[in-house]
Design a protein around this ligand. Structure first.
Ligand SMILES: [Zn+2]
Ligand SMILES: [Zn+2]
Length: 109
């Protein structure tokens, strides 16, 4: 679904415009200088390490066929999607995938 993907990516770019130099990961608390990359969301940020961790967690969840946690994604606000909860924020699988893309683009540029 390339069209859908591009839509979500442009949506994410509008949600996560540029990286704040003083950004701090809302999941693990690391700052921009302590990690390679931070994706800034609407009031929440996630670093590349946490995105990587989410990737693994979602992959494990699929293998175990567990049901999604209840909650709302702190990044896009969706509820009907697999979610991963941090200390104070939650991120859905779609946003994790989009973060992967953004990080890959930033690192590949
Ligand atoms: Zn983090
Ligand atoms: Zn989301």
């Amino acid at each position: 679904m390339p069209h859908l993907f591009n839509f979500f990516r442009s949506l994410l770019h509008s949600l996560f415009p540029t990286v704040d130099s003083e950004a701090q990961c809302t999941f693990c608390g690391k700052t921009q200088t302590q990690t390679k990359f931070i994706v800034a969301g609407p009031g929440v940020n996630i670093c590349d390490e946490c995105v990587h961790l989410c990737n693994q967690t979602f992959a494990e969840q699929k293998q175990k066929a567990t049901t999604a946690r209840e909650g709302r994604c702190s990044f896009c606000g969706k509820t009907q999607t697999p979610l991963m909860a941090g200390h104070a924020v939650t991120i859905c699988e779609e946003c994790v995938h989009l973060c992967n893309q953004i990080i890959a683009e930033q690192q590949g540029a």
